[in-house]
Design a protein around this ligand. Structure first.
Ligand code: MGD
Ligand code: MGD
Ligand code: SF4
Ligand code: MO
Length: 704
């Protein structure tokens, strides 16, 4: 039987709308939703079927029988596995209190359910991946605008100039955003790209700055200096909505383009020419703060500089600028319901909210759990449930994490794959792939808000379940039925939609429900109340921040150069892989089976290295070594070696990715404790590694 459903891609967390065709329970076609993406899909999205068909993913619940990480499992029924997890959780609750259980997830629109589960159980310890992703930018935005990083979105299509600092958007891609950028370029718009190496995005840019690693803040300060000097800022907007401009002017006086050029290793005249361009293009100039401006010790301040530049451009709430994402209420509609349970009033186990009071309590900061798990302060952590999250891939130094995880009586991985954490855990609860499962309805904010839902295209190939079934199964066993009262997804959908007046049939025509037919902008003359700072203004100088001992305007500190024989380790994404979880995908592993280490031509020449030679990369303390092929190029800064994240997997059941390439996070020894005290993000880019030519013989390696 032939079938066509609209759904949501799950190969990465962009969650593009898709249309999927199947015949006799086999996927025959996947494309981007024609109503929104004109059919476009990326390579990863096209490899969804390969994920589904992959026999190297867990096919039923597994319970560990050998030592942790030894890879000896027994197959279990769902009842047995859910009973096992629930019984352990009950025991932990009785002996140590409910707060002894941590649940980490990948965040995103479905996190309400996971959060509600752990809160209903009685633990405040919900956390997510964001300390290695967008926390610095998030906290930077909060400190200036009073709203987090999702408090603004970007109308790139109608912009005249998009400025990206280390936001490699044509590799680390979002299809709709890429379409918008290409449209902007077609319309004569400009793209300025800043990176320490050349990238897919840099090659499309109209201006490219290759900076010394960790000097974005200097470049931004030089730009701010010049913008102010030339008067290229929106005086009316500043007067109406912004405080602290006078302090900013004084602060940037010394940070001239000439000074910035020296710090960054770019030309002064290019900085000046760039400022002339944005002077001409404003207010339709977007400084996209990305996620972390890479992950340096001053990324919080570099991110703040991006937000300040947007404010100077006066680009907020206008076409071709930044806009506040609109929800159902803005469209005069009622919103959907979502599962919710208030957070228990107990101190968080990561110290956020009581020891670290300046951070958004929300998901806390996952990396701060580990030392506290070791010292059992403020209380012991006895279980860690990772839902669509792989702490050992997404966070640095997995060996150090294991020491803390070993204090736990229960480690659970809810995953579609074997993750590195899953392989070390006690129980794997395999989730059905996104093509085999339904998920709750979500609201997507934007200029035109909409409702979306993921629908299963085929029945599960193996004995796997959807996350709503897994959480409901656990919740029932733990007597959390008040929060998880529904029995079927249809019941949940009906409850979610009830206030809106819509029904599931309304998704059928296009796969989503449009809540507004034309873009909604607020009145730019009346934005009062939108900036949730103490003063209600956009605060360039924040009293709240100053009170926590953090300056609002921090002088630039030049980054350390690498010691002799060492390089700064830089990482990034590629268009054909997602984080650390597609390396074993049958199709994607064929497209890119391993990573390499990029090294600058001059450095390579000195070391007698050519492309294809094997390099040995060792962590600073030499406790972790990896061998990987060199990619010799002029397009990486000489201080750095660059590698694509996600490789160096050590899961024997995943034969295609087993030991392929180098793992950046395993080289980051000690990095869990090196984090931005102001922004909360882990300083993933402040890691130095030893690099030398390997004595291993490539030919012999092939024979083995
Ligand atoms: N294909 C694909 N797309 C993705 C993802 C994926 O895994 N695969 N992941 C998604 C997620 S979760 C995220 S957060 C985004 C991430 O999106 P990005 O942040 O754009 O992605 P990265 O590749 O991590 O970007 C890091 C870039 O920063 C550069 N860099 C390193 N040091 C510096 C520096 O000092 N200054 C500057 N200016 N640049 C520097 C690196 O060379 C690299 O090109 O991508 C999303 N999209
Ligand atoms: N060294 C280094 N560290 C990094 C990064 C880096 O580039 N280098 N990138 C950082 C960034 S930007 C981010 S966002 C984080 C990401 O960190 P994580 O969120 O941990 O990484 P992912 O690999 O996206 O996903 C985690 C797990 O989710 C599983 N998964 C995928 N789809 C599904 C599904 O449908 N259901 C379930 N249950 N599980 C699923 C995957 O198999 C994987 O094991 O890592 C960060 N850490
Ligand atoms: S960017 Fe690609 S992998 Fe990610 S959701 Fe969209 S189609 Fe899927
Ligand atoms: Mo991310």
């Amino acid at each position: 039987m032939k079938k066509s459903v609209y759904s949501i891609c799950g190969m990465c967390t962009v969650r593009c709308p898709i249309r999927v065709e199947s015949e006799n329970n086999q996927i025959t076609w996947i494309e981007g939703n024609p109503h929104l993406l004109g059919g476009a899909l990326c390579a990863k999205g096209s490899a969804g079927e390969a994920l589904l068909e992959d026999h190297e993913r867990p096919q039923q619940p597994l319970i560990r029988v050998g030592a942790r990480g030894a890879g000896r499992w027994r197959e279990a029924s769902w009842d047995e596995a859910l009973d096992y997890v629930a019984d352990k959780m009950k025991g932990i609750k009785k002996n140590y209190g409910p707060e002894s259980v941590v649940l980490s997830s990948r965040g995103g629109p479905w996190q309400a359910m996971y959060k509600a589960f752990i809160h209903a159980f009685g633990s405040p310890n919900y956390t997510n991946h964001d300390c290695t992703c967008g926390r610095n930018t998030h906290h930077a935005s909060l400190s200036i605008n009073g709203v987090g990083r999702k408090g603004f979105a970007y109308d790139i299509k109608n912009a005249k100039h998009l400025v990206l600092f280390g936001r490699d958007m044509f590799s680390a891609l979002r299809i709709a955003e890429n379409h918008q950028t290409l449209d902007m370029l077609d319309n004569g718009g400009r793209l300025t790209y800043v990176d320490v190496r050349q990238t897919m995005t840099g090659t499309k840019a109209t201006r490219f700055f290759q900076v010394r690693p960790g000097t974005d803040y200097a470049l931004a300060l030089g730009v701010i200096h010049q913008v102010i000097k030339k008067g290229y800022y929106d005086k009316d907007f500043l007067e109406k909505y912004v405080s602290g401009f006078a302090e900013l002017c004084t602060f940037v006086e010394e940070y001239t383009p000439a000074w910035a050029a020296k710090e960054c290793g770019v030309k002064e005249k290019d900085i000046i020419a760039f400022v002339e361009e944005i002077g001409a293009d404003r207010p339709n100039v977007i400084f996209h703060p990305g996620w972390n401006l890479a992950r340096y010790k001053d990324s919080f301040y570099a991110s703040r500089a991006m937000h300040i530049l947007n404010v100077l451009m006066g680009n907020i709430e206008l076409k071709g600028g930044l806009f506040i994402p609109k929800g159902a209420g803005d469209a005069g509609k009622k919103g959907i319901r979502s599962i919710d349970c208030g957070k228990p009033d107990i101190k968080r186990g990561d110290g956020v909210g009581w020891e670290y009071t300046h951070f958004d309590k929300g998901p806390g900061l996952a990396h701060l759990f580990f030392n506290r798990m070791l010292s059992e302060d403020p209380y012991p952590i006895k279980a860690w449930i990772a839902m669509r999250h792989d702490p050992f891939s997404g966070m640095p130094d997995p060996e150090q994490q294991k020491l803390a995880m070993d204090k736990c009586d229960l480690l659970v991985s809810i995953d579609t794959n074997y993750s590195e954490f899953g392989w070390y855990s006690d129980v794997i609860l395999p989730e059905s792939t996104y093509l085999e499962r339904d998920t709750p309805i979500i609201q997507q904010k934007g200029l035109k808000p909409r409702l979306a839902v993921r629908r299963k295209a085929v029945e599960p190939k193996y004995d796997t379940k959807s996350s709503w079934e897994i959480f409901t199964g656990l919740a029932n066993r733990l007597s959390l039925d008040d929060t998880f009262s529904f029995k079927t997804i249809e019941e949940l959908w009906a409850w979610q939609l009830e206030p809106t007046g819509y029904t599931m049939a309304d998704f059928e025509e296009k796969g989503f429900i449009e809540l507004a037919t034309s873009p909604i902008f607020y009145d730019r003359e009346n934005l009062d109340g939108q900036f949730k700072t103490p003063s209600g203004k956009i605060e360039i100088v924040s009293e709240k921040l100053n009170k926590t001992g953090l300056p609002s305007l921090k002088p630039f500190a030049s980054p350390n150069a690498p010691a002799k024989g060492m390089f700064r380790l830089i990482y990034g994404k590629v268009a054909v892989h997602t984080q650390g979880h597609t390396m074993n995908n049958p199709l994607l592993s064929e497209l890119m089976p391993t990573n390499t280490a990029w090294i600058h031509t001059k450095k390579a020449k000195k070391m007698g290295i050519q492309t294809g030679d094997l390099l040995e990369l060792s962590s600073a303390d030499r406790s972790y070594n990896a061998t990987v092929a060199a990619h010799v190029t002029d397009h990486v800064h000489p201080d750095a070696v660059f590698t694509v994240h996600g490789f160096g997997k050590e899961i024997p059941r995943q034969t295609r990715s087993f030991m392929a390439g180098v793992s950046d996070q395993k080289l980051m020894i000690g990095a869990l404790d090196d984090w931005d005290q102001a922004g909360g993000g882990v300083n993933l880019c402040e890691v130095f590694v030893h690099v030398k030519k390997s004595i291993r013989n490539t030919k012999r390696r092939l024979q083995l």
